[in-house]
Design a protein. Sequence first.
Length: 299
Amino acid sequence: MNELISTLEHSGSLATYLLIDMAVAIILLAGMRFTMGLIGRVDTNDELAIKDNFAYGISMAGGVTAMGIALSGAITGELAGSYTIEFIGMFSYGLMALILIKAGRYIHDKFALPDLDKEALILNRNISVSIVDAASVIATAIVVRASLIWVDGLDINTFIAIIMAWIVSQIMLILITRIFEWQFSRHNGITFQATLEGGQVALAIRYAGYLISTAMSVTAASYFIEFNMYNLWDGIIQWTVMSVILMISLTLLTTVAKFIVLWGINRRVEVEDQENIGIAIIELATSFAIALLLMSLMS
């Protein structure tokens, strides 16, 4: 009987902790929509329900998904010392995730795709740009989630580690964008960003696959390094080196996998010239599958 009472008390306490976590998570998910409207100076009700702006909906869906991914790294299932500590910890991690996702979007706009006015294009219903926007925040969130799981505790070193992991991810995403853009321009005589602005959805889907799979490879790098606040910089350097190695490995493996999966099909012509969305989706799925396999092998 005593064991039953103890189990019920523990279950009740755990349920309360989970309710706190979910309440904070839902507030922050709603905060994603609020901040999108505030920063972009946009009436989200007008864009979503009056103008039925599908592109804006894709962009916001990407933001909400990204927030959910990042928050899943903050919910560990472990009991904190008190309900107050649980609330502070969850809210602190969640707020940092929100800030880093927003900052990641800004970095991607300014450094990865500087020639695009992404906000204006999305408001003008550009689907390809909205897909890229959604993919970029999801990619950032994947790495933020990994860093939240990697760190331990709630102090200045924890937040430094999370920010440094975020910086590594942004460098990798900008690097893969430059490589992608160089390859596209070399074959087509027109810039990648100009093509996105023209509404090439298939190309946007392919690029989204590159972004998300790259973020997953950066995440896989964290499995090699144990968090130690006394050797924090060594850990960050190791994460960076492993991220580069895994990104190169991912690129080689996905190239081989796409060649085999789409045997006999000229992928460049289908996606870049004929705007074949079906082929682009298969490429995205292949990139995701290889990245997922890498993560499983490294864990």
